[in-house]
Design a protein around this ligand. Structure first.
Ligand SMILES: [Zn+2]
Length: 137
């Protein structure tokens, strides 16, 4: 099934891009902190970020990756352990998994996503020119 993973692909497309995650780790979409809610341009940047479940760090670019054999149950378990490692309630994992899978349902594998608060959009489609990342054309 398709899940969201951290990617460095297309980093630099925006001046405020950042990528502190481990390449390919599962990411989740978290509520922005108070600083970004009040000052989106000068806060910490978390309202633009996807949170890495393993590294506890963040990236502004996520890729829709197909992981063969991966199940919804696996995804919930990964989210629950990532959430509890960060001090969040792991009971939220199931709802979060459902929301995030619904979000990417119908979007193409290998599409690269970006975020602005609650709005998640496709930055780059798999068929788009320059899909291999900046500097390849
Ligand atoms: Zn923040």
């Amino acid at each position: 099934m398709n899940v969201l993973v951290a990617t460095s692909l297309s980093q630099g497309t925006r001046d405020d891009d950042y990528h502190w995650c481990v390449e390919g780790e599962l990411v989740t979409i978290q509520e922005p902190c108070a600083c970004d809610s009040v000052h989106p341009e000068s806060g910490c940047g978390c309202s633009r970020g996807f949170a890495g479940l393993s590294s506890q760090r963040a990236t502004t670019t996520a890729r829709i990756a197909e992981i063969p054999g991966f199940t919804v149950g696996d995804y919930v378990a990964a989210l629950a352990s990532g959430l509890s490692a960060q001090g969040w309630d792991p009971a939220d994992a199931e709802g979060l998994a459902r929301d995030q899978l619904a979000l990417i349902a119908g979007w193409p594998t290998d599409a690269i996503l970006e975020r602005s608060y609650d709005r998640i959009s496709i930055r780059r489609r798999p068929s788009a020119p320059g899909f291999d990342g900046p500097g390849h054309r």
